[in-house]
Design a protein around this ligand. Structure first.
Ligand code: ZN
Length: 314
């Protein structure tokens, strides 16, 4: 089973066997807890294996300096490392303007750009006493592209912003965690479906809030299941996966990285994920219908979206 490019990011199934079981991978090279800052009480841990590539390279190059525009170094993607990090100090690498508007590029970013069916983060960039509102981001469609540069589009005048200026990036964590829960629920829905119906493989999806989330499944063989039977069995399995509170592990031995909850199937993915399946909360299957035109099946799902702001606000 080959990895596929869906939406904007490498996203859907690779063979779990090829990625290795969670236990085997942990034993292979040891496990560390992801995140730059110290763990705080109640903070879910994200396990990570292997070297985080951009972090090592960028740190060695910059040593506190900013890179020249000519070096065109990739933006270090901190949202890969820690979904729960809502603030980051960095420096301005360049500023500019294109058809989308005026933008700021930093050496590092905690802002996840839209991709994989997941909305982009929003928040602010603070430079001195000036606050710049980040509503939109720009980045290559392929997360493996080099250089991978994230543009933070802002409304406010950036004429006074210079390369090397110190910045503080702040992400709207209520939205970030809701998006991560919805996106992670999509992974888990694909996991449960392929477990129970091996001829169905998740191949695309949309994880936007407001009752829009869905996963598209293609048939690799045989027929589609009866919808009522599908909903009943998959719903039961989803409840088990959430109740087991499986931990997420990131692995960096393929690009952009693979993510895996417990011993479920691993996926290559550039999105943001919550630390354990328990944080998703209840997943309900809104509908499941066959798409006659494409021969695929579209499964809509919901989570309790109001839970994100109340349980995870920072
Ligand atoms: Zn993902």
């Amino acid at each position: 089973m080959a990895a596929r490019i869906c939406c904007e990011r490498v996203y859907w199934p690779i063979a779990a066997k090829a990625a290795g079981s969670c236990a085997g991978r942990m034993a292979h090279r040891g496990v560390t807890v992801c995140g730059r800052g110290p763990a705080r009480a109640g903070r879910p841990s994200v396990l990570t294996r292997g070297r985080f590539p951009e972090f090592e390279r960028t740190r060695n190059v910059t040593k506190g300096l900013f890179m020249s525009a000519a070096s065109a170094a990739s933006t270090e993607r901190f949202y890969y490392r820690d979904t729960y990090q809502g603030e980051l100090s960095s420096r301005v690498a360049e500023t500019g303007k294109d058809d989308e508007g005026q933008y700021i590029v930093c050496d590092e970013s905690i802002f996840h750009p839209q991709g994989g069916g997941q909305p982009n983060d929003k928040g602010t960039i603070v430079i001195g006493s000036s606050v710049f509102t980040v509503e939109k981001l720009g980045a290559p469609r392929d997360p493996k592209e080099v250089p991978y540069i994230i543009k933070h589009y802002v409304f406010e005048d950036i004429s006074g912003v210079k390369r090397g200026d110190e910045v503080v990036q702040k992400v709207d964590m209520s939205a970030r965690l809701l998006f991560a829960r919805l996106h992670s629920a999509g992974h888990v829905l694909a996991n449960a479906t392929s477990e129970l119906f091996p001829n169905l493989e998740g191949c695309n999806g949309n994880h936007f809030p407001g009752g829009q989330a869905f996963v598209i499944f293609k048939r690799t063989s045989g027929e589609f299941p009866d919808v009522a039977d599908y909903k009943e069995r998959v719903t039961a399995r989803l409840r088990e996966i959430v109740a087991e509170n499986m931990a997420l592990e990131n692995a960096w031995d393929s690009s952009p990285r693979t993510v895996q909850f417990g011993d479920l199937q691993a996926y290559p993915c550039g999105g943001t994920h919550i630390g354990t399946t328990g944080e998703i909360g209840e997943i309900t299957i809104r509908n499941a219908r066959k798409i006659a035109k494409t021969g695929e099946m579209r499964v809509g799902y919901n989570i309790d979206e109001s839970a994100a702001a109340s349980s995870h606000a920072t």
